[in-house]
Design a protein. Structure first.
Length: 130
């Protein structure tokens, strides 16, 4: 599949060589993710998904887009992290009531918020709760 800026969806390196406009990562997952929550389970907010290239490839793509007077929009979903993210790993080991632990919702049951309007209904058993 080809995009107007490259030869494959999300390919930053190929996207910088074209003279037309498009979004190489449209509908894709910019940040590294284990993809258990449609890519919203972000494992690293300071890198790019390696299947699209390197961080330097992204920077080159961004510069090329700006040279063409294009804007690059990125959805930064800060309230979703994967169990691989350092924040989650620290929270898992932190004592109950600590600031790190309070960054996440912990429950012994997936029924705690059964009446809430939750978009992502996947619950994961990550560790025994202290």
């Amino acid at each position: 599949m080809a995009t107007a800026l490259g030869t494959s969806p999300g390919c930053f390196r190929g996207s910088t060589t074209s003279r037309t406009s498009a979004s190489p990562a449209s509908g894709s997952y910019l940040f590294p993710s284990p993809l258990r929550d449609d890519g919203y389970d972000i494992a690293n907010y300071v890198d790019v998904n390696p299947s699209y290239g390197t961080l330097n490839d992204f920077k080159s793509f961004l510069e090329a887009a700006h040279e063409r007077d294009m804007q690059v929009l990125i959805e930064l979903v800060i309230n979703h992290t994967s169990d691989q993210h350092p924040w989650f790993k620290a929270a898992r080991l932190a004592p109950p009531g600590s600031p790190a632990r309070e960054m996440y919702v912990w429950s012994r049951t997936d029924q705690l918020y059964k009446d809430a309007n939750i978009i992502f209904t996947v619950s994961v058993q990550s560790s025994p709760l202290a």
